[in-house]
Write a new protein. Structure first.
Length: 558
C-alpha cells in the first residue's frame, strides 16, 4: 500500500468514529496521522518499523496499525467500523457540505440511511428542524446530492428530460437539413433513464465532430449507432438512418422489446414502403395509433385492433391538489399561499394533508394544533369561496397497522391519507399486515405511496400488489399515484390491474411547496402508461363530485 491509501484509511476511520460519537481524542489522532502521512517525502513501505513509530504525530499505536496495513492490505478497526455503519451513511461522506457531525444527526436523529432518502428529506425541509441545518445549508446539501447522483449514470425522468430536449433542439438547429428525433425509454416515459437515444439522419462523422467539440466524449460507432458520454456520465446513443427509413426506425426505437416482437409478428411492412409520419405506420396496419407510452405489452395491440384504446388522462384534466403540506408541518408555504397558488392555476380545490403527530421529524400536528389549523381553514374557505380547502391529514401507519389518532380526531378530517413513514425495513408479511389493517380502517380514504420506494435510492418494502388492490376495492380506498418524480408510487405497471378491479386512483404531488404542484405532470405520465382516464382519477373530480366522494367516505365511518 502506498502512503495515500494508508492516509485515506485513517481519514475514513476518523470520520466514522466521529459519526458514531466515539472517543474524539482518538479520532483526531487518526486524522492527524493521515495528514502527516500524506506529507511524508518517503513511502512508509520503504521504512523500517522503528523509523515509522518515531515519526512526529505517529507513535507506537498508530505505527502498529500502519504496519498491519503494509502487511495485510487492511485495517481491522476500519473494517469493523464499516461493518457497523450502513453503506448509505458511509456514502454520505462523498457529499460536499456533509461532515461527520451532520451525518450523525441525519442518521441518528432524522433516521435517514442513504443519500436518496436524504435528498427527499431536503425536498421536504426536514433538515431545518435540526440544529446546524439552516435553509442555505439544506439547499447546498441538496445541490451536492443531485450533482453526486448525476455522476452515477442513472437519472430520474424528471432530471434528464429537460437536458435531452435541449440537446435535441440544439442538434436540430445546427443540422437544419437533417432530422434528429428523441426515442427510447425517455419517449416511453420510463421513470429511470440509463441512456438517452435518438434516431438521426446526420452522418456519423459530422455528428462526432460536432459533439466532441462540445462537452461530449466519443465512445464508438457500432452497427450504425454512435455512442457518446456527457460530462456528467450520461450515455447518449444516436442510431443513424436514412430519410426513407426515419419514421419506421423512430417507431421501432420507441417500443418495448415485448411490444416490438408482437408487432413484427403481425404487422411487418414490406421493406420498400416509405412512411412519412409515425401515424401512417398504424394506418398501414389498419389499427388505431398507439402512443409510445402505451407500447409496453402485446395486449395493447388487441385494443388497438378494436379501436378501444383508453382516452388517457392529460395534465389539463387535473382539477385539484390532493396531498400537500404547509408550514404547519414540514412545508414551505402557508395554507393561504398554497390556496392562492392553486387558484392561480384555475384549480377548484385543495386537500391539505400535513403530517400527523407520530411524524415528529416532520413537525407533525398534535390534537391541539389540529384544532387551530382547522379554524384557519374555515376562515380561508370563507375568504376564497367558491374555492375550497379540505381538511385532511397524512396519518402515519403505525407498526401494528393502526393510524395515529383516536377515532374522534380522525372523524374531524374530510379525507385521511394513510402512509408508512417509519420502520421501513420489513419483510412482506409485516408490510402486508400494516397496510391491510390500515386499508380496513374505516377512516382511511387514500393509501399514500404504497411501497415507500424512492427511485435510485431505496427499494420499497415488499408487498403483494394484487392483494392490496383487492383490499382497496373492498374497502373503498383510493390508491395514490404519488407524483413526486422520486416516488411515482404506485408503480404504473400495476395501474391497469387497479382499474380492472374498479379502484379509484389519485395523482397527488405530495407537495411541500407551491412549486411542488408542478410534479403533478410526472404523475400524469405514470398514469398514462397505466391507461388511466380522468374519470378514474380523484384529483380530476369537480368540486361537486369531490364533495360527494367525501360524503361517501364519511358514511363509511359510521
Amino acid at each position: 500500500m502506498d502512503n495515500y491509501a494508508i492516509a485515506d484509511n485513517f481519514t475514513l476511520l476518523s470520520k466514522l468514529m466521529d459519526i458514531h460519537g466515539e472517543n474524539s481524542f482518538k479520532s483526531k489522532s487518526y486524522a492527524s496521522a493521515a495528514y502527516t502521512i500524506e506529507k511524508l517525502p518517503a513511502q512508509l513501505a520503504d521504512l523500517p518499523a522503528d523509523k515509522i513509530s518515531s515519526i512526529k504525530g505517529i507513535g507506537d499505536a498508530i505505527a502498529a496499525k500502519i504496519q498491519e496495513q503494509l502487511n495485510t492490505g487492511q485495517l481491522t478497526l476500519l473494517t469493523e467500523m464499516i461493518a457497523r455503519t450502513p453503506s448509505g451513511v458511509v456514502e454520505m461522506l462523498h457529499i460536499k457540505g456533509l461532515g461527520p457531525k451532520k451525518i450523525a444527526t441525519v442518521w441518528k436523529d432524522l433516521e435517514v440511511e442513504n443519500i436518496g432518502e436524504l435528498l427527499y428529506a431536503c425536498n421536504e425541509n426536514r433538515l431545518l428542524l435540526y440544529k446546524g441545518f439552516g435553509a442555505k445549508t439544506q439547499q447546498n446539501i441538496k445541490e451536492s446530492i443531485e450533482f453526486y447522483l448525476g455522476n452515477q449514470g442513472s437519472y430520474l425522468y424528471a432530471q434528464i428530460a429537460p437536458y435531452a430536449q435541449a440537446l435535441t433542439t440544439k442538434l436540430q438547429q445546427h443540422f437544419t437539413e437533417h432530422h434528429t428525433l428523441l426515442t427510447g425509454d425517455l419517449r416511453r416515459h420510463i421513470e429511470v433513464i440509463t441512456r438517452l437515444q435518438w434516431i438521426t439522419t446526420i452522418d456519423p462523422g459530422q455528428l462526432q465532430l460536432y459533439l466532441t467539440e462540445g462537452d461530449y466524449a466519443f465512445i464508438s460507432t457500432v452497427n450504425n449507432t454512435s455512442t457518446f458520454k456527457g460530462k456528467e456520465n450520461e450515455i447518449l446513443e444516436f442510431t443513424h438512418t436514412s430519410a426513407e427509413k426515419l419514421y419506421y426506425d423512430w417507431f421501432c426505437g420507441s417500443c418495448s422489446e415485448t411490444f416490438l416482437e408482437a408487432w413484427t409478428s403481425n404487422y411487418q411492412p414490406a421493406a420498400d414502403i416509405i412512411f412519412t409520419t409515425e401515424e401512417a405506420i398504424f394506418e398501414h396496419a389498419g389499427i388505431a395509433y398507439i402512443p409510445p407510452y402505451l407500447r409496453e405489452s402485446a395486449n395493447i395491440l388487441d385494443k388497438a385492433k378494436t379501436r378501444s384504446l383508453p382516452d388517457v388522462i392529460v395534465p389539463s384534466d387535473i382539477t385539484a391538489i390532493i396531498h400537500s403540506h404547509s408550514k404547519w408541518s414540514d412545508g414551505v408555504n402557508t395554507i393561504e399561499e398554497m390556496a392562492k397558488a392553486a387558484i392561480a392555476k384555475d384549480l377548484q380545490f385543495l386537500v391539505l394533508s400535513d403530517h400527523s403527530k407520530t411524524a415528529f421529524y416532520a413537525n407533525g400536528l398534535n390534537e391541539e394544533r389540529l384544532l387551530a389549523q382547522h379554524e384557519e381553514i374555515d376562515a380561508l374557505n370563507q375568504k376564497y369561496a367558491p374555492f375550497k380547502i379540505f381538511k385532511s391529514i397524512e396519518s402515519d401507519i403505525l407498526n401494528d397497522g393502526s393510524l395515529d389518532y383516536a377515532p374522534d380526531v380522525l372523524a374531524s378530517f374530510d379525507v385521511v391519507i394513510a402512509s408508512v413513514h417509519a420502520n421501513l425495513k420489513m419483510n412482506q408479511e409485516k408490510a402486508m399486515m400494516r397496510l391491510l389493517r390500515a386499508i380496513e380502517n374505516p377512516y382511511t380514504s387514500i393509501l399514500g405511496h404504497m411501497t415507500g420506494r424512492l427511485l435510485l435510492s431505496r427499494n420499497g418494502y415488499p408487498v403483494d400488489h394484487a392483494v392490496i388492490i383487492d383490499a382497496c376495492a373492498a374497502n373503498n380506498v383510493v390508491i395514490e399515484i404519488n407524483a413526486h418524480p422520486r416516488r411515482l408510487d404506485i408503480d404504473w405497471r400495476w395501474v391497469e390491474l387497479a382499474l380492472e378491479k374498479g379502484v379509484l386512483l389519485s395523482i397527488n404531488p405530495d407537495a411541500h411547496s407551491v412549486d411542488g404542484y408542478d410534479d403533478v405532470k410526472y404523475g400524469v405520465l405514470a398514469g398514462q402508461k397505466g391507461g388511466l382516464q380522468k374519470h378514474q382519477n380523484l384529483s380530476s373530480f369537480s368540486l361537486e363530485a369531490f364533495e360527494a366522494f367525501v360524503s361517501k367516505q364519511q358514511a363509511k365511518r359510521r
